[in-house]
Design a protein around this ligand. Structure first.
Ligand code: SAH
Length: 249
């Protein structure tokens, strides 16, 4: 059965937003894009659907999300029903690699899942195939808030090397080199990182209490003991995160 590694379905089971954005950041972004009723939004790696569902409620957009987590896709569907927007948004459980919408969209997004198409450049190219002329691409991605002085510090941020990410001005310049104007951006902050990372710890603790015989107990227990200090030392200090709105030049 197609799914993401089970550890994420455990640690992020209680998250509505699976990245360092908070609800106010998605609201700011939705307002910044001047979304109009009926605008079509495609979201690859849509997680638990919070962006599409709240934009459907607040701006009247219609949209499709594709996500490989069975759990998150189910949560997205339930969230749509809860917010009364189930007729506007559709969530597909599947691999978003290579996904192109039948109808062109006004906004094509990948918010925190650019590995889907092999990185930022590949994901922009994939999203561009679903985009109408004059439409907007959204990319959510980490950048270095402070450049790590050593490779060990980059690894402490769970990057494979310093070269995985750029500092913000360089990251913005890289979109220009791909032929895109950066037309908006909304950046996360450290409080938002806490909501994403620290929220996993209580979920892990509760899961351990409820699942003492599970095969992943040792892995989850090790993460719970290591993560708060690792996160405070590395990710919280060195990694930034943002959503960048792009239009082809
Ligand atoms: N955009 C969402 C989720 C970001 S987390 C949000 O902002 O909350 C990354 C998401 O990518 C997870 O939901 C994970 O299930 C999904 N994912 C990972 N690999 C995928 C793939 N190949 N195809 C579709 N979704 C994928």
């Amino acid at each position: 059965m197609l799914d993401i590694p089970r550890i994420f379905n455990i640690t992020e089971s209680a998250h509505r937003i699976h990245n360092p954005f908070t609800p106010d950041k998605f609201a700011t972004l939705g307002a910044a894009l001047h979304l109009v009723p009926g605008a079509r939004v495609l979201d690859l790696g849509s997680g638990s659907g919070e962006m599409l569902c709240t934009w459907a409620r607040d701006h009247g957009i219609v949209g499709t999300g594709v996500d490989m987590s069975r759990l998150f896709t189910g949560q997205a569907q339930r969230r749509a029903e809860e917010l009364g927007v189930a007729s506007q948004v559709e969530f597909i459980h599947g691999d978003a690699a290579g996904y192109i919408s039948d109808e062109k969209v006004d906004v094509a997004a990948c918010v925190g899942a650019t590995w889907i198409a092999g990185g930022v450049a590949g994901t922009i190219a994939l999203l561009a195939r679903s985009l109408r002329a004059g439409g907007i691409i959204l990319i959510g991605e980490p950048y270095w808030r402070q450049l790590p002085p050593t490779e060990d510090i980059a690894k402490g941020c769970l990057a494979s090397s310093i070269s995985d990410f750029c500092v913000l001005p360089e990251f913005i310049a890289s979109f220009g080199r791909l032929g895109y104007d950066v037309v908006e951006m909304v950046l996360a902050n450290q409080d938002g990182w806490d909501r994403y990372e620290a929220a996993k710890w209580l979920t892990m603790r509760r899961w351990l209490e409820a699942n003492p015989d599970d095969e992943l107990v040792n892995e989850v227990r090790a993460q719970l003991m290591a993560e708060p200090e690792r996160y405070a030392t590395y990710t919280r200090e060195y990694l930034g995160w943002g959503v960048f709105a792009l239009m082809p030049r």
